[in-house]
Ligand binder design. Structure first.
Ligand SMILES: [Zn+2]
Length: 76
């Protein structure tokens, strides 16, 4: 039983290490192309805490609404 638990813990540590090393090796995402950034005015409201967010610039035409309090924000 102790051997099985130690194998599971060892495998979890190994997988976690591989994931972290891959994240470090890939680096940050590339900078956005300034020509593809458009001005928009989109207001969102968090249905949980009431926080409001105004998005002024977007790279994509129709992105998904942002999340806050682990929930998708509602368009305001
Ligand atoms: Zn919230």
């Amino acid at each position: 039983m102790v051997i099985a638990i130690s194998l599971i813990v060892g495998a979890a540590i190994f997988v976690g290490t591989v994931v972290i090393v891959r994240m470090i090796a890939n680096g940050p995402p590339p900078e956005p192309d300034p020509d593809s950034v458009h001005e928009v005015e989109a207001d969102y409201c968090c249905s949980i805490c009431g926080m409001r967010l105004t998005v002024t610039h977007l790279q994509d035409a129709a992105p998904d609404p942002p999340k806050h309090c682990r929930e998708v924000m509602d368009p305001a």
